[in-house]
Write a protein that binds this ligand. Structure first.
Ligand code: FAD
Length: 394
């Protein structure tokens, strides 16, 4: 018997994590049939993302070997300006490139091309409307006609509002999800650094400016689900007297922030990326970690088909990354537990104890455990000792 010859894997969602998972599965086992079902006609559009990805996180992905960075790289980021809710401000400015700003439409399409070159079947313009008894029902959004397809394994890569998650993991709640609003604008910007603003306009997250160049940037913010992010954005704009010449694009989207989930497998179904809430709770950034989850999911499914291993191994493969996401979750809860005066004081303490210098050298947006240990053991950190204890018990 040829392993997997009659197996069909359906992936719901043709975003980066779904397409990457499809590519890897087909590469690992050319005998299986992989079908990606995507509701939009074109992958990567419409898009709502700032496109900021941590360099060290991206370099840990196998994906970097299959893509050409310059095909989708827009800008390189060296550091950040962080504005406290009241008056504090710190600058974390590194000599090294810390993050890339990528063109998500081009990035997603580069992954799509990889998947198509390995004979992945992509059904676009079709929305999955229900899943039952190993069949998905999907609707052609042009003709309204419905079709069904049977699967042996199903991957939910259908983003923050995942139908696959709601169907098979109803226990996962969206109470910590964040609603965002973002505009791409023309103006004058510091093209080397991002800016982050804490304050009552963005309770639950923060506001940001991510420069694509010195004349174009993405400006946005996030608020708790149920609040209006566009109203919040206008307050933010007013407070900082933000001016720009022209809005090029506006969008709104959800960040699936949650305590990292221990189980992402239900029988023959698993979740990846935003559908799995596999995102950093500190920022809602989910590209690098989502792609990691696709690498682990494809390995687990392949080993299930070829070696009859348990699909639950996916949970085990994710353990070390879940730990890192747990640290993000702790940092978020620690910051949210502080009032504005305390948040400002914390930033000033970081500045006074020169901790921002450690961040300049060792900081990265994806793996906080790597620089937190450097901060905890630094001789200048004594000012922060009470804060360390508060953080640990969070
Ligand atoms: C304003 C904003 C800014 C962000 N900025 C950053 C950032 O700077 N860096 C970062 O790392 N992350 C950022 N993110 C998060 C990032 O966009 C996501 O983590 C990433 O897109 C997740 O990829 P995914 O493939 O899991 O899901 P998605 O990209 O959401 O893809 C899911 C796909 O599934 C399709 N789909 C959904 N339901 C169905 C259905 N029923 N049938 C068929 N198809 C379906 C959708 O059309 C979509 O194409 C941002 C998000 C927002 C909202």
């Amino acid at each position: 018997m040829i392993e997997g010859i009659d197996k069909r894997i359906i992936i719901v969602g043709g975003g980066p994590t779904g397409l990457y998972c499809a590519y890897l599965l087909k590469k690992l086992n050319p005998n299986i049939i992989i079908t990606v079902i995507e509701e939009h006609k074109t992958c990567g559009s419409p898009m709502c993302c700032s496109g900021l990805i941590d360099v060290s996180g991206y370099n840990r992905l196998k994906l970097k070997n299959f893509l050409v960075l310059k095909d989708f790289l827009i800008n390189k980021i060296y550091g950040s300006h962080i504005y406290g809710p009241l008056e504090a401000k710190i600058d974390v400015l590194s000599k090294d490139v810390k993050a890339y700003v990528i063109d998500r439409e081009k990035f997603d399409n580069s992954i799509k091309e990889l998947a198509l070159s390995f004979d992945v079947e992509l059904l676009s313009g079709k929305r999955v409307v229900s899943i039952e008894n190993n069949f998905v029902t999907f609707k052609d959004l042009e003709t309204d006609s419905e079709e069904q397809l049977r699967y042996d394994y199903l991957v939910g890569a259908d983003g923050p509002n995942s139908l696959v998650r709601k169907t098979f993991f109803p226990e996962i709640k969206n109470s910590e999800f964040v609603h965002t609003y973002q505009v791409t604008v023309e103006g004058n910007f510091d093209n080397r650094n991002v800016s982050v603003y804490l304050g009552d306009f963005a309770k639950g997250l923060f506001a940001w400016i991510v420069p694509e160049s010195s004349s174009v940037a993405k400006i946005g913010l996030g608020v708790s689900l149920g609040k209006n992010p566009k109203d919040a954005f206008l307050k933010f704009k007013e407070k900082y007297k933000l001016t720009y010449q022209r809005e090029i694009y506006e969008c709104s989207g959800i960040l699936p922030i949650s305590k990292p989930l221990k189980n992402l497998v239900h029988d023959n179904v698993l979740l990846v990326g935003d559908a799995a809430c596999f995102v950093k709770s500190t920022t809602g950034g989910g590209v690098n970690f989502g792609l990691l989850s696709s690498e682990m999911a494809s390995k687990a499914i392949n080993e299930r088909i070829k070696e009859y291993k348990s699909l639950k191994n996916y949970n085990t493969l994710l353990k070390k990354y879940r730990k890192e996401l747990n640290t993000h979750y702790k940092i978020r809860n620690y910051l949210l537990s502080k009032n504005f005066v305390e948040q400002d004081k914390l930033l000033l303490k970081i500045k006074d104890s020169n901790i921002h210098k450690i961040l300049e050298e060792y900081g990265n947006m994806d793996y906080p455990s790597e620089f937190l240990s450097k901060i905890f053991t630094n001789k200048n950190s004594f000012l922060l000792i009470p804060e360390f204890f508060k953080f640990i018990i969070k």
